[in-house]
Write a protein that binds this ligand. Structure first.
Ligand SMILES: [Zn+2]
Length: 166
């Protein structure tokens, strides 16, 4: 299982019917160390620098934020979807939570999933001081919420998912 074409064939999806544009899989990634679960996180250089500055400044305000997930390959995105399919979740439901391989902004190395006092992503994050801090400050570093409430993308509200724009 390598190419996007093969992945789409397996999922029985006609690539020509997809309206979103395919996101380039970033190759010039840098490591920002391991996440809370011990997995190494990679980001684009610009995103990594902005993140490290933001994390430092947040800490000065006594806000502790870290990244659970950064760059993700097409292959990894496929395995997330496949695991949900294997658990019996229908594809149309999965696609409210996960973009198809090739459509996730995580492929660009410019998307981060932020956690504060938890090891998993949860809607509870919206109620955290960390989230309030991000809403107020993240834009100063080039980070924006990609799936706000009532967004039109078909993806549910994700308070943890921020994208970097230089
Ligand atoms: Zn995300």
């Amino acid at each position: 299982m390598q190419s996007l074409k093969e992945i789409y064939l397996t999922l029985n999806i006609n690539k020509n019917e997809i309206q979103d544009s395919i996101i380039y899989e970033e190759k010039n990634l840098i490591s920002i160390g391991k996440n809370a679960l011990g997995k190494e996180i990679f980001l684009s250089k610009g995103c990594a620098q902005a993140w490290l500055k933001m994390k430092d400044d947040a800490l000065k305000d006594s806000i502790n934020i870290s990244i659970l997930s950064g760059f993700r390959s097409y292959k990894k995105q496929y395995s997330i979807i496949k695991n949900k399919l294997n658990r019996g979740m229908p594809l149309n439901k999965i696609l409210h939570e996960n973009k198809l391989p090739g459509l996730s902004y995580h492929h660009s190395g410019n998307a981060i999933d932020i956690i504060s006092n938890s090891y998993k992503l949860s809607l509870e994050f919206e109620k955290s001081l960390a989230y309030l801090w991000l809403v107020k400050n993240a834009h100063k570093y080039g980070f924006y919420l990609q799936y706000p409430k009532d967004n039109k993308s078909g993806i549910m509200f994700e308070p943890w998912h921020w994208y970097f724009k230089e």
